[in-house]
Design a protein around this ligand. Structure first.
Ligand code: NAG
Ligand code: NAG
Ligand code: NAG
Length: 979
């Protein structure tokens, strides 16, 4: 630019630069000077006056009247804040997209009433469209409608504080200063697998980060469950669990979770966990909770006579090992020290955790008892005996895959048709043997409840013979405990004795009850510790986990060969992406799509989704197709994709977009349409129906939010516009083209079914003409946004350069002029005064300003922008960094709202801000109202009547006191120039 300055014939070189930069403007100016007598005079002083007789409607559109409504709310609340509780903006975010659970997280002013299962999310935001009530069943088996039907619903009601709401949120009777976690214990009895999988691991993922400083509230409160898992609950929370349903207090919390996060069967997906939690970490947590001594299984040397220790988990009633005594003997023969545990021993969690942790191997037939593998030391081995009936995949899913994530080794022993007691009930040509999978709808009854297992000892032994080579021992840590030396009386060395010592109450029981168990005596002689087993623990054979099998049979339709499986596991074990590994070989229908919506922001509701998305503009529908076969209630979410949520009137003009979650056929009644066009980039759906072409609104409501939402895709994103405003799109095409390399789609007219891998419905908006960097996924800033605009419009000056007064250079100033309202009646004098101070002045009327691309260049060539409050000042986004904006504030106590629009956003843009507040002497209101009128005496009363727009914004022009204005501008001049 500097290089262009030579050759100028006008007073200052800066002006000439503009001539060159903007030939069409130059043309206009030359043609129109006769209409503007005062311009001639100013041009002599280096002032370029541009055509201004036409007033574009946009900058005075009534649409920003609504903005003023909001501002008056904001100011009222500031005052009100002194009386009642501070005006908190509460946040509520829900995720309905996980196949295991729906969860909501909220913070702010939360009031929880257990008795009515209500969470009041009280927020200073005074308007929320429709979805002001969200219902969640806080349990983690969302796909099991029978289980879920027993879970109580918790309702979150978003509402403003009194007096803005008809429903008055209740007052707190108890205040907690820790977060709340609301969940249900009504789903699973005390079955250990379900307790761990459905509740304990999800509780760990959700609440462990608070390090005990969290209040647990349980709906469908099960005292037995709470009693059984008290050691773990106490490690998660310092406070007793509250029985939610019986609680009549109104408890206030700063933060709350409703529902627990759950990622997969007996596992944690570190990638989904906010804190990167892992199953290894969870096992450390359990080890600390139960004071377990052995973090690692240590390798044992056979030659030293040490024996690896093996826990044999025994079942009764079903999946029992009919020849368990022989099986145990054979393992002892191989050199193991065997600890056999019947259901009742297993059910005493704290005791049994210690037993398991003392072992190197755990063996058992598929069943809840195997869940105790969580207590095994790292590197220990878990052996699952898989009953007859094509159950391999399901069994691996429950215990095989999770074992690997836990840092355990996994082996399995699949029972043959010869080893099942089913052969006593069914002939060998029955489908039970010839085609077991055909009977999987009855898997629970036939194969899980209906068989015992008679192990082929020779074959079983082989498995152990092989794996014992790699097995390890607990000896080291037992020596450390110093307990083994008291072991004497039992034949096979110290290990069995250690257990006696460890478990004195059990010991007594065993001694008392041996007579019921003839085979035990024999086994004890060989060092086998046998526990009482005549009582059958009901929990581990409860019908509850039958529903788990339902899901599994859906998920594991395609069997994977053992070899493939092992390969998969090798790979998967390292990348941790095990979810869905067994199912994704099928058709596209097998996608698990994700949908996350945020209704908590005061500017906009947004939903983000990924997976199998099918978008039909004509019906304003987005189908989120997922292989999840069950979703409770809320399967349609409605969003009005505009960013002025608090303005009822504006929002009423915005078309609703419906997001329908559905399963692919045949699981769903709503059949999602087939794709007719496939896009391989994300979609962003938003409305241009809210703001006309008003530049302030375009920037604040759409362009900045579009930048926040879509810039990360670097152009590889498809924009779809509802309430398509062709003029708006034409005007902002340069910016839209920089955000997306594809033409914008008119959503409402679009009959194509477009499929996308990801989509945003609604735009993120943080604040007026600004970006809150911490809320932005990508840490975007207004500086970055301005860099983006500079690149879009090829603006030359990133920074203002200091001007030296002695060199005769002049800082350049653009004076943004309005017509109709908030005009400067003596603008010629004002401009002359500023020019006199040493500025080179560029005056710009509304039409110049409205030519965005041109005017962006003009503004960027300047160091200072001056103007009366109005949309034109939004052009400050084009000023170079360190530029100065001077806002002239009209009469009427408008300082706060004017700052809100154009003062507060300035520092974030890297600009300087000055303001010039007009006095009662400088407004043309004095021509209309006597000086004792409330307009002068009590302007706030006009605001209270809701007349700001009419009286102060549309109703006045400004006649600047030139001397006063000159004084203010002189300070600006001094501050941006050097000697
Ligand atoms: C569970 O879903 C099945 C169909 O998938 C339906 O027939 C049954 O009524 C549902 N049960 C409940 C309790 O909703
Ligand atoms: C655990 O097992 C792995 C793989 O077999 C081995 O490399 C590692 O040394 C073992 N860790 C311990 C502490 O024994
Ligand atoms: C399994 O064996 C137990 C005895 O140990 C017996 O009570 C039960 O009925 C058997 N179950 C089946 C399905 O055979």
């Amino acid at each position: 630019m500097r290089g262009r300055r030579e050759g100028t014939s006008h007073g200052s070189s800066g002006t000439a630069a503009m001539w060159l930069l903007l030939p069409p403007l130059l043309f206009l100016i030359l043609l129109k000077t006769d209409f503007l007598p005062q311009v001639a005079r100013f041009r002599e002083t280096g002032f370029t006056k541009v055509a201004d007789e036409m007033v574009p409607k946009v900058s005075t559109l009534g649409s920003d009247g609504a903005r003023w409504q909001q501002q008056s709310h904001d100011t009222v609340k500031q005052e009100a804040a002194k009386d009642v509780a501070a005006p908190i903006i509460s946040k509520l975010t829900c995720n309905f997209s996980n196949i295991h659970s729906d969860i909501c997280i909220m913070e702010g002013d939360l009031r929880i009433h257990g008795r009515s299962a209500s969470v009041y999310v009280v927020s200073a935001s005074t308007f929320r469209p429709e979805s002001s009530t969200i219902t969640v069943k806080p349990y983690t088996r969302k796909w099991e409608n029978f289980t879920m039907s027993r879970i109580r619903e918790v309702t979150m009601r978003s509402m403003p504080p009194a007096p803005h709401s008809f429903v008055i949120p209740p007052r707190c009777t108890v205040r907690h200063d820790v977060p709340a976690v609301v969940f249900s214990t009504g789903g699973c009895g005390t079955n250990f697998f379900h307790a761990l999988n459905d509740l304990i691991i999800p509780l760990y993922i959700t609440a462990h980060e608070y390090n005990g400083h969290v209040q647990l509230l349980s709906t469908d409160y099960e005292p037995k469950w709470v009693a059984k898992f008290r050691p773990i609950l106490a490690a998660l929370s310092l406070y007793p669990v509250i029985d939610f349903d019986g609680d009549t207090s109104i408890r206030c919390f700063p933060l709350a979770h409703v529902g627990l996060e759950s990622h997969r069967e007996l596992g944690i997906d570190p990638g989904l966990s906010r804190n990167g939690y892992t199953m290894m970490g969870f096992r450390d947590f359990l080890r600390s909770t139960f004071s377990l001594q052995r973090p690692w299984a240590t390798t044992i040397s056979r030659s030293t006579g040490q024996k690896p220790r093996l826990a044999m988990v025994l079942r009764r009633h079903s999946r029992a090992i009919t020849n368990e005594a022989d099986a145990i003997t054979s393992m002892e023969d191989l050199g193991f020290e065997v600890v056999a545990a019947g259901p009742e021993d297993v059910s005493d969690m704290s005791q049994f955790a210690g037993v398991v942790n003392s072992c190197d191997v755990m063996v058992g037939v598929h069943g809840a008892g195997l869940t105790n593998m969580v207590f095994l030391p790292q590197n220990a081995t878990m052996v699952q005996i898989i009953p007859w009936g094509g159950l391999k995949d399901g069994c691996r899913y429950d215990f095989g895959d999770p074992a690997l994530d836990m840092g355990l080794r996994y082996a399995e022993y699949e029972v043959t048709a010869d080893e099942t007691t089913l052969k006593e009930k069914y002939p060998r040509d029955h489908a039970v043997f010839t085609d077991p999978k055909s009977l999987h709808l009855q898997v629970w009854k036939i194969f899980l409840e209906g068989q015992n297992v008679t192990l082929d000892i020779g074959r079983f032994r082989e498995l152990f013979g092989v794996s014992s080579k790699g097995l390890s021992s607990c000896k080291g840590s037992w020596e450390m405990n110093g307990r083994h030396e008291s072991a004497k009386q039992h034949g096979s060395g110290g290990r069995g004795a250690v257990l006696w010592l460890l478990l004195p109450p059990l010991l007594v029981l065993i001694v008392l009850k041996t007579d019921f168990l003839p085979q035990v005596a024999r086994l004890r002689e060989t060092g086998f510790t046998r526990f009482k087993d005549e009582m059958v623990n009901k929990v581990s054979s409860l019908g509850l986990d039958s529903s788990k099998w339902q899901q599994q049979s859906l998920d594991t339709e395609n069997p994977v060969s053992a070899k493939e499986y092992n390969q998969q596991n090798k790979i998967l074990a390292t990348n941790g992406a095990k979810d869905g590994s067994l199912i994704n070989s099928d058709v596209g229908a097998q996608t698990i799509s994700r949908l996350t919506c945020n209704f908590s922001h005061r500017h906009s509701d947004t939903c983000t989704m990924e997976g199998d998305l099918r978008i039909h503009g004509k019906s304003a529908s987005v189908y989120v197709v997922s292989s999840s076969t069950f979703r409770p209630e809320n399967s349609t979410t409605t969003i009005r994709p505009y960013t002025r949520k608090w303005e009822r009137e504006t929002m009423s003009r915005i078309r609703e977009v419906n997001i329908r979650s559905s399963a692919p056929p045949p699981y769903s009644f709503v059949i999602p349409p087939k794709c007719t066009a496939r896009h391989d980039v994300p979609a962003v759906i938003f409305s241009t129906g809210g703001c006309g072409k008003n530049f302030f609104h375009a920037m604040s409501d759409l362009i900045v939010p579009l930048y926040i939402t879509a810039h990360e895709y670097n152009g590889h994103v498809q924009l779809l516009i509802t309430d398509y405003n062709a003029e708006w799109v034409a005007k902002f095409r340069p910016i839209l083209a920089a955000l997306s390399i594809y033409p914008v789609i008119d959503f409402d007219a679009d009959t194509t079914v477009r499929c996308f891998p990801a989509a945003h419905v609604g735009l993120e908006s943080h604040r007026i003409l600004g970006i809150n960097t911490t809320l932005s996924r990508n840490g975007y800033t207004m500086m970055g946004f301005r860099d983006f605009l500079r690149s879009v419009f090829s603006l030359q000056r990133p920074w203002t350069t200091p001007v030296s007064r002695s060199s005769g250079e002049k800082p350049r100033l653009v004076f943004v002029l309005r017509r109709h309202s908030r005009a400067v009646t003596n603008e010629a004098d004002a401009i002359a005064a500023v020019a006199d101070l040493g500025f080179e002045v560029v005056a710009a009327g509304p039409e110049d300003v409205s030519d965005m691309a041109q005017f962006a260049g003009v503004v960027n060539s300047c160091d200072v922008m001056v103007g009366v409050h109005g949309a034109g000042l939004t052009n400050m986004v084009f000023l170079p960094h360190n530029g100065t904006i001077v806002q002239i504030i009209p009469w009427g106590n408008l300082k706060y709202p004017c700052r809100f629009d154009f003062g507060d956003p300035v520092p974030d843009m890297g600009l300087r801000y000055e303001e010039y507040e007009v006095t009662a002497e400088e407004t043309t209101l004095k021509d209309k109202y006597p000086r004792d009128h409330p307009v002068f005496a009590d302007p706030i009363s006009i605001e209270r009547k809701g007349k700001i727009w009419e009286v102060f914004l549309e109703g006045q022009n400004v006649t600047l006191d030139i001397a006063r204005f000159r004084g203010a501008m002189q300070q600006v001049y001094q501050s941006i120039t050097t000697e």
